[in-house]
Design a binder for this molecule. Sequence first.
Ligand code: HEM
Length: 328
Amino acid sequence: MATMEMIGRTAFGVKLNAQKNDKHVFVENSRIILKIYEYRVSHPWFLNRSLFQLSTYKRKHDISQSIIYRFIEDLVQRKKTELKNKINSQGEHNEECMGFKSKSFIEILLENEHQMSFNQIRDEITTIISAGQDTTAFTNACAIFMLAHHQDVQNKVLEELSTIFSSGDPDRQPTYEDLQKMQYLERVIKETLRLYTVTPLFARKVEKETMIEGYLIPEGSTFVICTQLLHLNAKFYPEPEKFNPDNFLPEACRSRHPYSFIPFSGGYRNCIGMKYAMLQIKTVISTLVRSYRFYPSDKCPKPENLRLMFAITQKFVDGCYVKIEART
Ligand code: HEM
């Protein structure tokens, strides 16, 4: 819910009040759609449109899709009214605009309304929320889980934060400069993304016949890149199962193939939210670690107990539990 709220505020400049409830229509219904898609991929005869059309899954899919569309339509309407009010009050940002000096993503889209159909705008907004909410929520949870299970690493994160916040107001919210200084935390996040790659695979269409290591990849075929397996390859990471943020020390990175770590994909179609994601996760983790200490929970005493499943992105089967204690 927190990452939903953050996307709302940063990309759309609106308060969604997502944290007031433990469910959100967008999050709930996109989960249903992803589960249906995962079902179709694992039961490929349902990828056939005619067969899918006749199934109950299609009806469930369409209901969830129309709920999501309604939510986005309301969001666009709300934003349009707000922007109109803003113009009426001679360009001043009201509270809903969150005091941004720069334009939010949705404002840029709406400015181009004459060049894009409403459905295109709606789909762009849906993509940003889907791609940005669930991915960062999962990664934040896994990072906290790893800190709970590696007290030495948690101590080092706290030490780095204490140094950063030792000058100026120690209770300030992290600034952009503070976030840039969180080098050890960045390594912790990268190591989390290596072990718990939220997008465990993605695919590319092969445009021309290609030979890779003696294997012929025919033109027109679909090539699946399994990031999670790549990140656990002992050829690149000597103890692949071990949580070791030092895997991301500059000298360790230099000695590896640049594409041996691709949680955000690579090439032309890589993640456009990569920098945002890193800043958001650093903000969340640093804020939490400054106030709380995390321990393993009896509900999930060892990292091996954390059960994951594939539903396009990775999801927790039974949730992700830790114990939380306020720092004094
Ligand atoms: C931990 C966080 C994230 C991870 C691991 C991640 C990972 C990825 C990956 C692997 C892809 C490429 C998929 C493919 O090649 O088929 C992708 C694409 C994309 N991501 Fe992210 N992402 C994250 C966060 C975000 C955020 C916060 C946003 C937006 C605010 C975002 C927006 C997008 C978009 C729009 C695309 C599609 C780009 C295109 O097709 O050209 N992502 N992401």
